[in-house]
Design a protein around this ligand. Structure first.
Ligand code: DGL
Length: 268
């Protein structure tokens, strides 16, 4: 079981921010990544559709004999974590709880901001989790739909990015929050632009937190891979491997090899 890979899925390329952190922290683990690029974005879809797509992604990875599943997508984690936990006989984790725990450790004044896709913000998954752990926390949240296409186009800094950041984050500026959760896979790539505007505010990147959580769960379950050579990385996408490779290499900062196009159950 220890030799088996970890499965990671996202609606597209964004979950590579999570894969990158897991690979950094657990360099000997074999990783299988699935990006549902034919059906991205999940963030503008109904809860029912996101759950359906997530079940299909999880089923595909489970057939690859994974020992643990990491839902890298915030939208999918918000809406389908409980369903997938019930369906799979292996540990399943999502990005919401690790992000929330990090934010609770970070905030001093108990005022936290959350940004994410429409579906993530509408689900209130982050707010509910925060309130369940500390009902006194004041939470302000906002959907920032243009951030995903900006990142996918590689427009990470400059005038356009600054204007979009200002448009979405204006309300947070004088709200008194001291911590902002980047509740979407793509947002860590906009960290510099967001930090410049939200000067003095601590940004919480759930990718780093979920990597820590993955390590903890593997070690609690005796599932850490003890081999000494570096882990492999295999990538599956449901559409346009070339585009995934091009954008993915910006995310990972290294070449993507071993990429395969597949069809998920619902696409057949
Ligand atoms: N991966 C999604 C998330 O983290 C962002 C892209 C999408 O909308 O599918 O919420």
């Amino acid at each position: 079981m220890q030799q088996k890979p970890i499965g990671i899925f996202d609606s597209g390329v964004g979950g590579l921010t999570v894969l990158k952190e897991i690979a950094k922290l657990l360099p000997n683990e074999d990783l299988i990544y699935l990006g549902d690029t034919a059906r991205v974005p999940y963030g503008i879809r109904s809860a029912e559709t996101v759950v359906k797509y997530s079940i299909e992604c999880a089923a595909f990875l489970f057939r690859k004999q994974i020992k643990m599943l990491v839902i890298a997508c915030n939208t999918s984690s918000s809406l389908s974590l409980e369903v997938l936990k019930k369906r799979l006989p292996i540990p399943v984790i999502g990005v919401i709880e690790p992000g929330v725990r990090a934010a609770l450790k970070t905030t001093k004044n108990e005022k936290i901001g959350i940004i994410g896709t429409e579906a993530t913000i509408q689900s209130e998954a982050y707010t509910k989790k925060i309130k369940s752990l500390n009902p006194k926390i004041v939470v302000i949240s906002k959907a920032c739909p243009l951030f995903v296409p900006l990142v996918e186009e590689g427009i990470l800094e400059g005038i356009i990015t600054d204007l979009v950041v200002e448009r979405y984050l204006k309300d947070f500026k004088n709200s008194g929050i001291d911590t902002l959760i980047l509740g979407c896979t793509h947002y860590p790539l906009l960290k510099r632009a967001i930090q410049k505007y939200m000067d003095g505010i601590k940004l919480v990147d759930s990718a780093e937190e979920i990597a820590q959580e993955t390590k903890l769960i593997l070690s609690n379950n005796g599932l850490i891979n003890t081999k000494s050579d570096s882990g492999s990385q295999i990538f599956y996408v449901t559409d346009a491997p070339d585009r995934f490779k091009k954008i993915g290499e910006i995310f990972l900062n290294h070449e993507i090899k071993n990429i395969f196009k597949i069809l998920l159950e619902g696409e057949k």
